[in-house]
Unconditional design. Structure first.
Length: 204
């Protein structure tokens, strides 16, 4: 049976990486086979793409979107689908919703075009559960120590990204579950773990 596919999303500084690693470790302690991966950069090609995305700011919005899509196509083919087919639970730090939030809502690219390009890049793969760690961008940005191209964008950009995420959560409430990431970390992890355990029960 195919494994459960969980993605973790949110604005900069929402705690995605910390929460993802903690959730994975807790599930491993319960005996599950868990793979943690992230976008962009978890394939050899993706690592080169990531270098451009986080360090090189001179690019158009479409060029940025297509770099993410190229990374995603490689990522799904080489890492995510094989792990799911082995029956592993896969956690992915950022996936298709990031491109909608950042490049469509944040940079103003056409929404329907981004949705269709996501479908092509993933060959139709959709997460079974998405945890949206929601926090005010002002708070999130204050948490970030090492700022890349993305964190250096103005606050209005990050607010549009958050609106995009919340729009997606209203559009797909069965898949996307919003967790208040302004709470203490342990509460965020506990609430997220409960959502994953509920999804696993349904999946089995």
């Amino acid at each position: 049976m195919r494994g459960l596919f969980v993605t973790v999303e949110g604005v900069e500084g929402s705690g995605k990486t910390t929460v993802t690693q903690s959730l994975a470790e807790r599930l491993r302690q319960k005996g599950l086979q868990v793979l943690v991966t992230a976008e962009p950069g978890d394939t050899p090609l993706g690592a080169r793409i990531r270098e451009l995305l986080v360090n090189f700011s001179e690019r158009t919005a479409w060029a940025e979107a297509f770099l993410f899509l190229a990374d995603r196509a490689e990522h799904v083919k080489r890492i995510i689908r094989p792990a799911l087919e082995r029956g592993e639970t896969v956690f992915c730090d950022r996936f298709t919703d990031s491109t909608i939030a950042y490049q469509a809502f944040g940079l103003g690219l056409p929404l329907e075009a981004i949705i269709e390009l996501n479908r092509i890049a993933t060959d139709g793969l959709v997460p079974d559960l998405t945890l949206l760690l929601d926090v005010d961008p002002e708070i999130g940005l204050q948490r970030v120590k090492n700022k890349t191209v993305f964190e250096q964008r103005d606050l209005h950009f990050h607010q549009r990204v958050r609106w995009g995420y919340l729009w997606l959560a209203k559009r797909e409430p069965n898949r996307i579950k919003v967790v208040d990431a302004s709470q203490p970390l342990e509460i965020v992890i506990s609430q997220s773990l409960q959502l994953i355990e509920e999804a696993l029960k349904k999946w089995r």
